[in-house]
Design a protein around this ligand. Structure first.
Ligand code: CDP
Length: 233
């Protein structure tokens, strides 16, 4: 059987992690898991059910009623919250504005990290997020830390939102949301966003999608060969 590894991608908001992770998974025939979608789905549940996430009893009770799963449709990952497809709704600004505070809560992180680790049991997985290389898969064979300038990240997220039909959110609002989330994500007590000691940094501000994919694929191939009992001899 072919050697399969775990690839962990972490980085700041809207830095192109998921584009790279999806493309890598496709090339390698691996499963792609967007851990941010899970935090977004929990946030959506809280918003829709008026859950006060600062109340530990309320959040615990909510978590017991939340089931998150993924389905692939026409080659695209769809996020399901209690069986309902919420892929579009979890990407809206309403969710982006609440997701980082919700993601600071340890009970939320415990539940989602357990699910993420379960999904990676068989390896052959690419997962992106904030704590994948540090907490979820500290032994991942390849860890990438993706960065890009705030101007590039804002522009990319603006285009994504426009393509999804949001024609009103201003660039300044998007930029502020990215900066706010970066700050909360990096400074929280439980599993803050940070570069793992053994992560390789990819700054993609000046790279095309193809260039960053080629770079990551080369790195993945090296790691796969290192794990191969015959090639590694
Ligand atoms: O795609 P984007 O960079 O906007 O963010 P995302 O990956 O969808 O993640 C949304 C939010 O979820 C982040 O800003 C974090 O607050 C949280 N998150 C987290 O805490 N840990 C993860 N492993 C992934 C996301």
């Amino acid at each position: 059987m072919k050697t399969r590894i775990i690839i962990a991608l972490d980085g700041f908001a809207a830095c192109g992690k998921s584009t790279l992770a999806k493309a890598l998974a496709k090339k390698l025939n691996y499963v792609y898991i967007d851990s941010g979608a899970m935090y977004r789905a929990v946030t959506l549940y809280c918003l829709e059910n008026q859950v006060d996430w600062n109340n530990p009893v309320a959040i615990q009770e909510a978590l017991e009623h939340i089931d998150i799963s993924f389905r692939v449709e026409n080659g695209m990952n769809q996020t399901l919250l209690n069986g309902q497809n919420v892929e579009a709704t979890i990407r809206t600004m309403r969710v982006s504005e609440a997701v980082s505070p919700v993601s600071t809560i340890s009970a939320v992180r415990r539940k989602l990290v357990e699910l993420q680790q379960e999904l990676g049991k068989e390896k052959g997985i690419v997962m992106d997020g904030r704590d994948i290389g540090t907490v979820v898969f500290p032994n991942a064979e390849l860890k990438l830390f993706v960065t890009a300038s705030i101007a590039v990240r804002t522009q990319r997220r603006l285009l994504e939102l426009r393509a999804k039909g949001d024609h009103i959110t201003a660039a300044e609002t998007i930029q502020q949301n990215l900066l706010d989330r970066d700050k909360i994500d990096s400074s929280r007590e439980d599993s803050p966003l940070r570069q793992a000691d053994d992560a390789i940094v990819i700054d993609n501000s000046q790279l095309t999608q193809e260039q960053q994919l080629d770079l990551a694929l080369d790195l993945a191939q090296i790691c796969i060969n290192q794990q191969d009992p015959i090639l590694a001899k």
